[in-house]
Design a protein around this ligand. Structure first.
Ligand code: B16
Ligand code: MG
Length: 210
């Protein structure tokens, strides 16, 4: 194995609470019921696909133009909330583990559905740290489609079979499997039986990648 492709939200940094606050404001404005359980279904899912899940509870149909307006409304709020992120928001064990993996010779990439990935990496002080970044800006198909990880491997100059994918979303683990990667599940995806490995703490990656 030669490389790692890490999901961003829920693996490197937790922005799920910020997604929730922003979607909640949009849902409240529209009078649509939305709670944290529904928010959990949005993990790893693209912005427009997330909106479709939220609109399942709406009492009326929305046109494509209205959907675009709602997604922009949410994203504007989310982008403001992202400004509060600092390097202190990097999840426990992540910084040390990434440095050790690099010292062991692994190439490191991000594979995120988020189109806000560049800004998030900048706010948490990891801009320029990864050998490659594949995100919502360079894909047309979102997880569970493997495109974001396959492009990540290509950007690293590696084969899928040479890379681990680390994910907190079941849709992301499914994407990793579909792309021919070895998958490591944590957080919300912990215990997902399709994953090759499940870990409770990020640092356990060091025992998998000898
Ligand atoms: P954006 P990940 C995903 O990031 C989030 O988990 C998901 O909740 C969000 O809808 C998606 O990014 C798109 O984000 O609206 O910023 O483009 O987990 O793939 O790093
Ligand atoms: Mg995630």
């Amino acid at each position: 194995m030669k490389g790692f492709i890490f999901d961003l939200d829920g693996v490197i940094v937790s922005t799920d609470g910020l997604h929730y606050l922003a979607w909640k404001q949009m849902a409240d404005k529209e009078g649509i019921y939305f709670d944290e359980k529904i928010n959990n279904r949005l993990r790893g899912v693209s912005r427009m696909a997330s909106l479709e899940i939220i609109l399942e509870r709406s009492v009326r149909e929305y046109s494509d133009e209205e959907k675009q307006t709602l997604a922009t409304y949410k994203n504007d709020i989310y982008k403001e909330l992202l400004k509060s992120l600092t390097p202190n928001d990097i999840l426990p064990g992540v910084s040390e583990t990434l440095k050790e993996l690099r010292a062991r010779g692994y190439k490191l990439a991000i594979g995120s559905s988020s189109r806000n990935t560049p800004q998030i990496l900048k706010y948490i002080g990891l801009e320029g740290f990864f050998d490659a970044v594949s995100d919502g800006n360079n894909i047309t198909n979102s997880k569970p489609d493997p495109e974001v990880f396959i492009k990540g491997a290509v950007f690293l100059g590696l084969e899928s079979s040479e890379c681990y994918v680390v994910e907190d979303a079941k849709a992301g683990v499914d994407a990793g499997i579909a792309g021919g990667f070895t998958t490591i599940a944590l957080g919300d995806a912990y215990g997902y039986d399709k994953a090759d490995f499940s870990i409770k703490h990020f640092g356990e990656i060091l025992s998998i990648a000898k």
